[in-house]
Design a protein around this ligand. Structure first.
Ligand code: FAD
Length: 387
């Protein structure tokens, strides 16, 4: 069997679903291929919630967050679904933090993002739920928000289909061949597909999909874990009285106010072991859960005991910057990877990937995310993921 589409998207997690959505919305003929069932829990885009925020460590990312908020708003308008829940956000910097506060405050100031710097007592006055060590400084950004992970991804899939995209799940792509002027050939589920442009959003599986092109991205897959805590008095952790917050140190933790249920969700950033996609576990990592529970008991007393934990994959590149652009030497193939902080930008990734696929250029400078940058080509590049 063979079929042709103008565009084929490999991977229907958040990024691929967004790319299929934006291509279809522009009236393009697009096919999305997913190896598992839509809505699966084997990758990086499932579960309840993700953080959307302006506070970032470079002006480049801060300015990109404006596009992210706009693209989520456009998706809300197109779908009629409320997706962005503004709750406010606190970046908490203990004395001598591993993550420099100035990176965040100067980047936001450079982009005109309003924020407040608060000392421990001011935090305690406004959010008595938090118990912070002496000398902690906080940066409060009122527009920080929660976006739905699994539901958000499904909305993009539904809108992609509503705009005419063909989405096929349980269709693993097993081969990609660049035919030059003839486009790209894709093998999946016993069918050969031809397309003018291919968009690869396969995150932890990216190198498998790109193998046929002889290109590999230096990536590390880690098995992360988020844990839900059940407080005795959930009203003390409701969005109206508690923002989302990030502990900007090593280890780095983050937590959400109650979101759709009477629990507080928290996790460690980059706290999981390195794994391969074939032998990763789905079991709860008890020591990871205990480490987090100890931190929560100290920092957010009353947040309660763990009631469940969920595993999820991080796919990291050495500089933890996005991967967004054409494969060198294979201009017809574009790759999108979120470097384990891409969900907030998913609708934006989708729009930019569609622009690159259709026009070969994008309205946003994507130079920092090129596939031939030193961090992705220099084998000795020192990895740093704590940002
Ligand atoms: C615990 C956790 C917390 C996070 N918190 C945040 C946050 O607060 N804010 C934020 O912005 N980001 C956050 N992230 C990161 C964010 O979730 C990811 O960057 C984003 O979900 C990546 O989406 P994706 O579509 O690239 O990857 P995935 O969702 O993994 O999608 C890749 C898809 O490709 C498919 N695929 C792979 N190979 C093939 C093949 N050969 N054929 C067909 N299909 C294939 C896979 O099955 C999968 O569905 C978090 C991630 C984790 C794990």
């Amino acid at each position: 069997m063979s079929e042709s589409f103008e565009y084929v998207v490999v991977g229907l997690g958040a990024l691929g679903s967004a790319a299929a959505y934006h291509l279809a919305r522009q009236g393009e003929s697009v096919l999305g291929l997913e190896q598992f069932a839509l809505g699966h829990v084997h990758g990086a885009s499932h579960d309840t919630s993700r953080i959307l925020r302006h506070s970032y460590h470079t002006p480049g990312y801060v300015s990109l967050t404006f596009e992210a908020y706009d693209d989520w708003a456009a998706l809300e308008a197109d779908s009629g679904e409320q997706l962005v829940s503004v709750v406010g956000g606190l970046d908490l910097f203990p004395p001598d933090p591993a993550i420099p506060m100035a990176d965040y405050t100067t980047s936001m100031a450079a982009c005109g993002v309003p924020f407040d710097e608060l000392d421990r007592d001011e935090v305690a006055h406004r959010w008595p739920q938090l118990s912070l060590p002496e000398g902690t400084v906080a940066v409060h950004q009122p527009r920080a928000a929660v976006v739905p992970a699994g539901r958000g991804t499904r909305v993009m899939q539904d809108r992609a289909r509503a705009h005419g995209a063909v989405l096929r799940d349980r269709s693993p792509v097993t081969g990609v061949r660049d035919l030059g002027a003839g486009g790209v050939e894709v093998q999946a589920g016993g069918t050969t597909y031809r397309c003018r442009r291919l968009v690869v959003c396969a995150d932890a599986w990216t190198n498998r999909v790109l193998a046929g092109l002889g290109h590999q991205v230096p990536l590390t897959v880690t098995l992360e874990q988020v844990t839900y805590f059940r407080p005795d008095r959930p009203e003390r952790f409701a969005p109206a009285v508690m923002p989302l917050w990030l502990w900007m140190d090593d280890p780095c933790f983050y937590a959400f106010p109650c979101y759709g249920e009477a629990t507080v969700k928290a996790a460690q950033d980059c706290g999981g072991p390195e794994v391969s996609v074939d032998d990763r576990s789905y079991d709860v990592d008890e020591p990871m859960q205990q480490r987090l529970a100890d931190f929560m008991a100290t920092t957010l007393p009353g947040s309660g005991a763990p009631v469940r934990s969920v595993r999820c994959l991080y796919t990291l590149v050495p500089d933890r910057d996005f991967v967004l652009g054409p494969v060198p030497g294979h201009e017809a193939v574009t790759v999108g990877m979120g470097a384990a902080h891409g969900f907030k930008f998913a609708p934006t990734f989708g729009r930019l990937l569609a622009e690159l696929a259709v026009r070969g250029t994008s309205s946003t400078d994507l130079t920092p995310f090129r596939l031939d940058r030193p961090a992705l080509t220099d084998a000795g590049y020192p990895a740093h993921w704590l940002v």
